[in-house]
Design a protein around this ligand. Structure first.
Ligand SMILES: *[C@@H]1O[C@H](CO)[C@@H](O)[C@H](O)[C@H]1NC(C)=O
Ligand SMILES: *[C@@H]1O[C@H](CO)[C@@H](O)[C@H](O)[C@H]1NC(C)=O
Ligand SMILES: *[C@@H]1O[C@H](CO)[C@@H](O)[C@H](O)[C@H]1NC(C)=O
Length: 374
């Protein structure tokens, strides 16, 4: 008995020594609890708070930053949750975090200069499935201080499937045209896109529910595979910055599941009615996807008329803020992964460029500066 207790003490001692960051914080370091109002959360979080949906994350405006540690809880995706980290608006760098203590690499060039310099830190979940992060606390170096992050005036909302989620891309949603557009327009952006999901509320490619249901929930469809949280809860849309512009890019999977065009139009109309209850007058862009490029140069088209019918019906009913963006021809076979016909990172760059041209012609210009500057 005595023997095993002292063995335990020895093991414990050596653990503490091996991982000083876990228990022995450098003196003067600043611990920020997860409920600190100066943490700017975006996307969907539970009260824990744990994140759902790729693209969900936090933004921090920090004075005098030299080090940042993320303490994350048990709900965090195991074995790892891939995240993107961007300091001072540099391109997102991919990292894996996991339950426990995660010391994030802060490049020396962006750190404190006499305690006066400020830094903007942005973190988002980049994976379609391993996207849960349960934030317990953040630890900043001694002397560092959180300041209020002021969000951009542009708030983009992207709703979609794998074509928006960056399916198969090395950095997941970070490679997608949605993030590229959000970044280049200097917008805040929320993304609700699940690979394989149908708009129709039916099981599709491993998603238990369709987007016409799931969009209104806190959790993404991964809830179904989650033992500690195998249920969904209504999302409180008051927690979001109200979107200024909304994109919907959906239908590829409904078509694969042989949902008829008329059934798809009907569910789309109902979905728009429900989205309009939240956002009565915001511009909604109904994207007609670019179709599946085939190696022989032909395309796998789907729903040739549904998107324009959906837009025409709403316009006829007096909704003047619904716009069709016809992406037909935006990509060809050289822009997609040959095995699965989803856009490569370069393909997403091409979609983003065409979308930018469309938006500029429509009247939306990128902002000159972010609202919070490092
Ligand atoms: C994250 O972990 C996965 C395997 O779990 C690995 O394939 C990937 O390369 C890792 N990413 C980074 C940035 O280390
Ligand atoms: C989640 O619940 C559903 C029933 O609603 C069940 O079919 C599924 O297997 C559960 N998943 C897990 C991981 O327990
Ligand atoms: C859709 O229809 C095609 C052609 O009839 C069939 O091969 C395929 O199995 C169907 N897919 C589903 C998911 O029902």
């Amino acid at each position: 008995m005595l023997c095993s207790v002292s063995a335990l003490v020895l093991v414990f001692t050596s653990l503490v020594t091996a991982h000083p960051a876990a228990d022995a914080k450098p003196s003067g370091s600043v611990t920020i609890n997860h409920d600190d109002p100066l943490i700017f959360y975006h996307g969907r979080w539970t009260n824990e708070p744990s994140s759902w949906w790729d693209g969900t994350g936090i933004k921090l405006y920090v004075q005098g930053l030299t080090s940042l540690t993320l303490n994350v809880g048990e709900a965090t995706s195991a074995p790892v949750a891939p995240i993107g980290l961007s300091i001072d608006y540099s391109p997102y760098v991919s990292l894996n975090i996991s339950t426990g203590v995660n010391v994030l690499p802060i490049p020396a060039a962006t750190t404190s200069n006499g305690g006066k310099k400020t830094s903007v830190v942005r973190i988002l979940a980049e994976d379609g499935s391993n996207n849960r992060i349960q934030i317990d606390s953040l630890v900043l170096n001694a002397g560092a201080k959180l300041l209020p992050y002021e969000p951009s005036k542009l708030h983009f909302q992207f709703i979609g499937d794998s074509l928006t989620a960056g399916y198969m891309d090395p950095h997941g949603v970070v490679d997608s045209w949605a993030v590229l557009i959000g970044e280049s327009f200097k917008a805040e952006y929320n993304i609700n896109a699940m690979s394989g999901i149908c708009l129709t509320d039916q099981p599709c490619f491993g998603n238990a529910r369709g987007l016409s249901f799931q969009y209104f929930r806190t959790e993404d469809t991964e809830y179904y595979y989650t033992t500690d949280h195998n249920y969904t809860t209504p999302w409180n849309f008051k927690k979001d910055l109200t979107p200024t512009h909304i994109w919907i890019t959906i239908g590829a999977n409904d078509a694969s599941y042989n949902v008829t065009s008329s059934a798809f139009e009907e569910i789309y109309a109902t979905f728009l009615t429900n989205v309009r209850k939240l956002y009565p007058t915001q511009p909604i862009f109904i994207d007609k996807p670019w179709a599946w490029p085939h190696p022989d140069g032909t395309f796998g088209y789907f729903y040739p008329d549904a998107y324009k019918n959906v837009v025409a019906k709403r316009n006829a009913a007096g909704d003047k803020h619904i716009y069709l963006i016809d992406m037909t021809g935006w990509l060809d076979f050289s822009d997609v992964f040959p095995d699965n016909q989803h856009p490569t990172p370069e393909g997403h760059v091409k979609v983003a460029a065409q979308m930018t041209t469309w938006l500029e012609n429509w009247g939306l210009k990128p902002l000159a500066n972010w609202a919070t500057l490092p």
